[in-house]
Design a protein around this ligand. Structure first.
Ligand code: ADP
Ligand code: MG
Length: 396
């Protein structure tokens, strides 16, 4: 049954996957990127690599997606077919093998990856592009997370030296873009990697209240019916989001707006009010980005649930991993899900994702939020995921 909403005009434009056509306050970054690759889509050139650096919700992913579309279109105008390979390393590709097979698969879906080593796959990618006269651009998002987990993978080395494996100097890969939350990730790279990574960095500063308000105004027009969200409410959301601990995460602002709308609808209100937004704000965990939870594989979400539950039951700032293990066993039985064998590896991963804090095996905790709040938050997310699975649609 589809009922007509008095609040929303188009909910999809508030979903995390939606990339708006216009990105206020990111025109400079998009133009810089277009300039950087402007020549490479016209004539053969050596590959370039660069970094996009900025905190959570500063628009890095949205910018790179908008830019990719524009660059593809421009390449087309010059008669060139540009393939843009985008990989989010928090979601896909835990190993070098999987990353390279994913790149190969996205560039040449007709070639089977079976039986090839990662090095061979790179060779195949380059020969394929040359033979078919296609160009490619590789984008690795959340690369800092990957390098923290697997510093010895040397993916930066391989993906910045593709011209070296091409027979005639040019690999047809015009460049590699590495996206990270801060520049510390390069400390894990060796000299050879640093030299080809290059120094070009595009910085994404956190949005201030005025910028957030522009972003929200724009999005409101697309998603809400006229007159449902007053400027005052947008102003309120922008100020809450610009301040610590949220520090300008645009995703948080959009979450406040979206769930504020849901509450208004549930309450049968004709408008989204500041009180609706306050209710959402008090139920979210400001120090944990909703995107980080959304990109967490569901089996790992159950482990995070176990950490929160063990902490709440213990009532202490930290718990021993054994207690987490016990709680986790119970959760698996309750939910009828198979247990993860290597719990230690998952706990480490959650710490690298900055969802939990580890001080040795005896001291595992969380920061910035109470265990109770985290529990409610995870419960909420679980419910959303379960509904989405039922509707055969992941919510992120
Ligand atoms: P990051 O990758 O830096 O964590 P995202 O690009 O995912 O951030 O942005 C978070 C959310 O905010 C996305 O839903 C995105 O569409 C939106 N967003 C970010 N910057 C802008 C902008 N300048 N204009 C409109 N929407 C934006
Ligand atoms: Mg991102």
């Amino acid at each position: 049954m589809v009922s007509i909403s008095l609040i929303f005009k188009n909910r999809d434009s508030l979903s995390p996957a939606y990339v708006p056509k216009v990105l206020p306050h990111r025109e400079k970054q998009i133009n810089f990127l277009l300039n950087m690759f402007g020549e490479a889509i016209k004539r053969r050139s050596h590959m370039r690599s660069l970094q996009l650096i900025g905190g959570v919700g500063t628009g890095k992913t949205a910018t790179v997606k908008r830019f990719s579309e524009k660059l593809k279109r421009k390449a087309g105008e010059y008669g060139n077919d540009l393939k843009v390979v985008y990989i989010n390393l928090r979601i896909e590709g835990p190993s070098r093998f999987l990353i390279f097979s994913s790149i190969l698969n996205k560039i040449a879906p007709e070639i089977s990856v079976r039986g090839y080593s990662p090095e061979e796959m790179l060779g195949i990618i380059v020969s394929y592009l040359i033979e078919k006269e296609k160009l490619a651009l590789i984008i690795l998002d959340e690369v800092d997370y990957h390098i923290m987990r697997r510093p010895k993978d040397k993916i930066v080395y391989d993906l910045t030296r593709l011209d070296e494996i091409a027979v005639h100097e040019y690999s047809n890969v015009i460049g590699t873009i590495f996206i990270a939350r801060n520049s510390k990730w390069t400390e894990h790279l060796d000299k050879a990697e640093l030299s080809t990574l290059g120094r070009v960095q595009i910085k994404f500063q956190p949005y201030n209240a005025k910028q957030l308000s522009d972003i929200l105004e724009h999005r409101c027009k697309l998603s809400f019916r006229e007159g449902v969200v007053d400027h005052e409410v947008i102003d309120f959301i922008s100020h809450v989001t610009a301040k610590p601990p949220i520090n300008g995460d645009a995703r948080y602002a959009l979450d406040l707006l979206f769930y504020g709308g849901i509450i208004a609808e549930e309450k049968g209100s004709k408008k989204v009010t500041a009180e609706h937004v306050r209710l959402v704000h008090s139920s979210l965990c400001p120090t944990i980005s909703s995107e980080d939870i959304a990109s967490l594989p569901i089996e790992r979400l159950y482990v995070l649930l176990a950490v929160a539950r063990a902490l709440k039951n213990a009532g202490t700032p930290y718990v021993h991993i054994k207690e987490i293990e016990e709680t986790y066993k119970i959760i698996c039985e309750e939910k009828g899900i198979p247990k993860i064998i290597d719990l230690y590896e998952v706990i480490d991963d959650l710490a690298i994702r900055e969802l939990i804090l580890i001080r040795g095996v005896t001291k595992i905790g969380i920061i910035g939020v109470s265990a109770e709040k985290l529990l409610n938050y995870i419960d909420n997310i679980m419910r959303r995921i379960e509904t989405a699975i039922q509707q055969d649609k992941r919510w992120h």
